[in-house]
Design a protein around this ligand. Structure first.
Ligand code: FES
Length: 169
């Protein structure tokens, strides 16, 4: 039991150090909040920012936790909930919507065997809707992590998923 507590303590301390290092690298000022949140999230295999991490950021930047949490949950590129290693964000704004973004969502659901808002069992993919990702000329479009994919149809969607799965093997 004591060994377990020591190990947990070490993990917590390493997390503190990791977050503090990120803050020091980016800048310890409140205007860097989004940049810091993005970097912390980028280092997470589950593509989200934990409550503990939000608390450390709040303390270090001297910004109220409610504000840090508010920013982290407001922007669609940030998340305070566990997501897949690949976050599939399906654009649902008007130009994509009229080009059948709902059907695109159904194809992704079928290809991955999950529903919108869920994560695949292997933790690789999660599905969510987002607003315009700036690729309206490619509608219907999705963003998977930093990559944009457009002019989607069923075949393209299955090919994208296949190639990402292959990258993981
Ligand atoms: S509306 Fe979908 S990318 Fe702009």
């Amino acid at each position: 039991m004591a060994a377990k507590n020591v190990k947990e303590g070490e993990v917590a301390m390493n997390m503190d150090k990791r977050i503090i290092k990120i803050i020091e690298k980016i800048g310890k000022t409140s205007d860097k909040l989004i940049e810091i949140l993005l970097e912390v999230q980028k280092q997470s295999d589950e593509n989200y920012i934990t409550e503990k991490e939000l608390k450390i950021i709040s303390k270090e930047l001297r910004i109220p936790l409610s504000k840090v949490y508010g920013v982290a949950s407001f922007y669609s590129m940030l998340s305070t909930k566990k997501r897949g290693k690949y976050v599939v964000q399906i654009c649902n704004s008007a130009p994509c919507y009229v080009k059948n973004s709902k059907e695109v969502a159904k194809f992704f659901e079928a290809a991955l065997g999950i529903k919108m808002g869920e994560i695949t069992e292997d933790g690789l993919f999660s599905l969510e809707f987002t607003s315009c990702i700036g690729a309206c000329d490619l509608a219907p479009a999705v963003k998977i992590n930093e990559e944009i994919y457009g002019n989607l149809d069923r075949d393209k969607i299955y090919k994208i998923i296949d190639s990402l799965r292959k990258e993981e093997k």
